[in-house]
Structures are given as C-alpha cells and as structure tokens.
Design a protein around this ligand. Structure first.
Ligand SMILES: [Zn+2]
Length: 210
C-alpha cells in the first residue's frame, strides 16, 4: 500500500516515529536533513522549539523570525531564525496556508487563569517542553516563545487574536530543512479547553530524511 505521508520526500528515511497524543518528543536533526510533520488525524497543534545542537544558548526566536519577514505567519519559504539571527531551519513546504508563532504554549498556570482551577491537574505543553528539555539539562528558563504548527491563530485588523478551529485536516504535512545541526523539541499539545486540537488530542508523525 502506498504510504501517502512519504510522497514528495527525496532522501532515505532516517527516522520515522509517531508521537502519541499529549506526549513530548526530542530529536537531533543535522544540517541538510529534513523533517516532515504529519497531522495524522487533523486539527492537532504541534508546539515546537529549536536549539542549536552545538550551543543551546542559541535557540528559535519568534521575534527575529517575525521581524525578518515582516509578517506574523509562518509559510512556505519562511526561515526560522535564532536569537543570533541565523537560519536554523527553513519551511520548505506546507499543506496548510500558514502556521502560528504568537499563540505560545499552554501551561497549567494559563489554563487555570483562562479556564478555571479545575484544569490545574491537566497536562500542558510546558510540562512536555520541560520533560524533553531536561534530558539535555535545560530548565524552565530555556523555554522560549514557540511555533504552533497546524494551529490557527488569526489576527484581526485591530490586532485582536483568536484561537479558533484548526485549519488542518487528516494527513496534512509541513516540511522543514535543517540549515544547522539542531535539537527539535516538540509538545504534541494536550489542550482540551479550546479548539486548537478539536477538543481531542491525537497522534502526529515525524519523518526525518537525509
Ligand atoms: Zn498546548
């Protein structure tokens, strides 16, 4: 049977893994290698951070990325810049029009403020980022504003933000090429209090090619 998730990929597959719903993920991707993220069941936010493998004080910078392209949405061709102004990865393809980098990651603290104290024990992206980062010795202070692949955060003309129904659908993909050796840290978002995951967190697939 044809594996549609592999269509259009060039190099040999180096790594192919499904991240369970609500789970963290961490993986090194070397310069020249590519990562495809597959939204297997649709409407699943993939919270995403990058650290330089050689010196993790260099990491993804939403501010620099937005300022450099003078646009808040991440699209095909967007270079993902570090806090040193260097390109860490480039979005080489996307089946979704745009991706978010201003909505941030969900946390137990923000959940209780937004949705009530009864959400305190719910798992959150910040927990996942911390779990994955601790394996390299990074702590809470190393969690910076992140990318939300497949999350729809529209910005109105007056600057108002929303988190609304996903723009993604089952099997849609985003492709990234590493421009330096990077550590990718992901939270497969467990949020169930707003529509970013269709109120039903689901697995995503990560495919690394040479
Ligand atoms: Zn989340």
């Amino acid at each position: 049977m044809t594996d549609h998730a592999l269509q259009g990929l060039d190099g040999p597959v180096l790594h192919d893994e499904v991240i369970a719903a609500r789970a963290p993920w961490r993986h090194r991707i070397n310069a020249g290698q590519s990562l495809r993220i597959v939204d297997l069941e649709g409407n699943q936010a993939v919270d995403f951070l990058l650290y330089a493998a050689g010196d993790d004080s260099e990491r993804y910078s939403a501010q620099d990325t937005i300022a450099a392209q003078a646009n808040i949405f991440l699209r095909r061709g967007t270079p993902l810049l570090s806090n040193e102004g260097r390109t860490m990865m480039t979005i080489t393809g996307t089946a979704v029009d745009y991706h978010d980098t201003i909505g941030g990651a969900c946390s137990c603290e923000s959940n209780t403020l937004r949705y009530g104290h009864h959400t305190k024990a719910q798992h959150a992206c910040v927990d996942n980022f911390l779990d994955a980062n601790l394996r390299d010795g990074r702590g809470k202070r190393d969690i910076v504003p992140n990318i939300n692949f497949f999350m729809n955060v529209p910005v109105e003309a007056d600057g108002a933000l929303g988190i609304v129904d996903g723009i993604s659908a089952p099997g849609l993909t985003v492709d990234l090429r590493a421009e330096m050796d990077v550590i990718v840290v992901v939270s497969n978002c467990p949020q169930i209090n707003n529509p970013c995951n269709g109120f039903n967190p689901t697995p995503v697939r990560m495919i690394v090619t040479a």
